[in-house]
Design a protein around this ligand. Structure first.
Ligand code: PGA
Length: 240
């Protein structure tokens, strides 16, 4: 595990973006696993700058997102599909057909999970970008998820619903279920790039580094990955 401690969010975002930028320079048809949330927004901004400077292109890049709320339409502004368009895809030359964000209809979740899982298992991800939950979740793999879990529908932890309610008018509007790549899928990526910012992540990062792998701390599943890069700002690394 490589741990990079940064001064602040901006530095974390620049260093994280540089990992993606150098990958795309080296391998223009890379397969990227992407994440939503507040943490990678700065990384995406820096990637867009590199695109605008003609350093990189997304013409042959394929992307797969980690997760999505269940039963939410693509055009809903709370969807992660919408988030990705707003934060990255609308500003680069990626082909719409190369964008993959999971989608689960409430009535067909089993079928939808199977389809997404089959698709991601056909690919070798060059990199998987990850945030981390305050409770240590990766993707929406909440505490208690087995390490051999593949794409599934999860009942979101109470803590996750409370944390995510900041993006909604009322907590009752936060979906309670999500489709997510499983821990096994995440660990299949050649490189994992985990970003963490803020004091609320400090314990989760401490546990990632120091706890014995155990399912109550999903982030500890990453410890044995052969190429894990953790980029933290000062606050997130304050307990290390
Ligand atoms: P955040 O979410 O980037 O908004 O903090 C991370 C996560 O829950 O995985």
């Amino acid at each position: 595990m490589e741990i990079i401690k940064c001064k602040n969010y901006d530095e974390m975002s620049k260093i994280g973006a540089n990992v993606i930028i150098s990958l795309l320079k080296r391998k223009p048809d890379a397969v990227l696993g992407l994440a939503t949330g507040s943490t990678p927004i700065g990384l995406y901004k820096n990637v867009i700058i590199a695109y605008n400077n003609k350093e990189i292109s997304f013409k042959d890049v394929r992307t797969y997102n980690l997760d999505e709320y269940c039963g939410i339409e693509r055009n809903n502004i709370q969807s992660y599909y919408h988030f990705m368009n707003e934060k990255l895809f609308n500003y680069v030359d990626i082909k719409k057909t190369n964008i993959n964000v999971p989608f689960a209809r409430n009535e067909f979740v089993v079928e939808d999970c199977r389809k997404y899982n089959k698709e991601i298992n056909r690919r070798i991800f060059d990199i998987q970008v990850l945030g981390i939950g305050n409770n240590g979740h990766i993707g929406f793999n909440e505490p208690g998820t087995p390490f051999n879990q593949e794409t599934f529908v999860v009942d979101l932890a109470k803590e996750t619903i409370v944390t995510n309610s900041r993006f909604f008018n009322r907590i009752e509007e936060v979906p309670t279920k999500a489709i997510t790549m499983g821990i096994k899928n995440i660990n299949n990526a050649k490189t994992i790039l985990l970003l963490a910012s803020g004091t609320s992540k400090a314990q989760a990062i401490y546990d990632l580094v120091n706890e014995e792998p155990n399912t109550m701390k999903p982030q500890t599943s990453l410890q044995n990955h052969s190429n894990l890069i953790v980029i933290c700002d000062e606050e997130a690394s304050s307990l290390l």
